[in-house]
Write a protein that binds this ligand. Sequence first.
Ligand SMILES: Cc1cc2nc3c(=O)[nH]c(=O)nc-3n(C[C@H](O)[C@H](O)[C@H](O)COP(=O)(O)OP(=O)(O)OC[C@H]3O[C@@H](n4cnc5c(N)ncnc54)[C@H](O)[C@@H]3O)c2cc1C
Length: 406
Amino acid sequence: MDFEFHFTDELELFRREVWAFINENALPEPLPHRLLTIPLPEVYRKGREVQRRLGVKGWFAPNYPKEYGGAGLDTEHCLVLSQEFAAIREQGRWGPMSQVSQILTAGLMAFGTEEQKRQLLVPLLKGDWEGWQCFTEPEAGSDLAALKATAVRDGDVYVINGTKVFVGDSPNPVYPDFLYWLAGTNPKAPRHENISAFFVPGDLPGIHFHPLDLVSSVTGQKWEVICEDVRCPASRMIGGEGKGWQVSQAPLAMERGGAGSAVPRSTFIPRLINYCKKTLRNGKPISNDPFLKDLLVELYIEYNVERLWGLRNFAMGKGQIRGVPHTMTQGMLHGKRFSPRLGKALVDILGPLSLVDDPELQLLRGEVEYFVRNADCTHPGGTPEMQQVMMARALGLGRGASSRKP
Ligand SMILES: Cc1cc2nc3c(=O)[nH]c(=O)nc-3n(C[C@H](O)[C@H](O)[C@H](O)COP(=O)(O)OP(=O)(O)OC[C@H]3O[C@@H](n4cnc5c(N)ncnc54)[C@H](O)[C@@H]3O)c2cc1C
């Protein structure tokens, strides 16, 4: 298997064009990491303008078909875009999303009608719309099928009631253009066949938004959203009545890393190692301490496992190598188990300063404090226990196991 990427002269020219755009639209100065995760509203709004500019070029959805607002680019061009965005993010100078969220598009691509794709997918791929994935409820997280939100048909609309928690990502008070909402439409139908999926317009009367203050900010500002007799047009149902479970599986697969990643999600660990080599403690580089040296080696290995599995999943997604059923769950489970260990290792290596968010004292632009604070936040996209259950099933182990061989 060839893990190398080869770029032609034409691709290198494209890289220059991309970098020129990025440089023109990047933040002039790096921002502390916390302010990139939950930006101030004005920075967020400027970021949305940049998203739209990306959308005009088709680069907000580079691999999607042109007819829906993408750029129809091949893998190599998409990879160049990903690499250049990763480079500017590493500098802390990029606030906005650089690509449309597949969590929002996957179900629509797979189950939307042609008309829905034109009406709902195009503004998403052009960077005009932002939506929130509203699946989790106070009593339905891991067991999503236990959700209690309801949608009752009344002529041309569905009347929606229910509460979702831990959803959204925009900073207060920025509200979404739509809610990607799951609700029960038939209380008499069996579990999994009673749920429908909606793209509820975000400005309908009866929608109430309440920001949630969490210790973690791993996926931005979180919200509770309550729908009270919200009259959602029936045309906003995706995939038909009772098909919500199937529609929700496509975004969940994406959230679990289904598409893989050709570029590491973060290069924090190599930068941490550099920091420890250059920073003196008691007159000697931090990395000279034998115990800490061992810890840094462990972190570097884990970083590479994640990076290489991301690459392998990417190659599987593109059909370059044969796929295996448990591959995305495996990567996600590994990441979720590594996260608490990383948090503890950072405190061991860097001491109390790893907990400090003060702009004067924070380490590596606040990224250290960010990773320590978020270390135990392993719930987004499903808890480690749930990944373990799915992994076991994919290996043919336990209840409901598939008959596949590992
Ligand atoms: C920062 C953050 C961002 C999030 N973003 C979103 C979002 O954008 N949209 C959205 O819809 N949701 C979002 N969520 C919600 C997330 O998907 C849920 O927290 C997750 O699915 C777990 O559900 P729960 O919190 O209800 O925990 P529960 O399901 O109540 O689980 C509690 C504990 O019990 C364990 N457990 C439950 N069932 C089993 C079992 N059968 N076997 C073994 N152990 C079990 C779990 O692993 C967990 O440790 C987010 C959560 C967080 C923290």
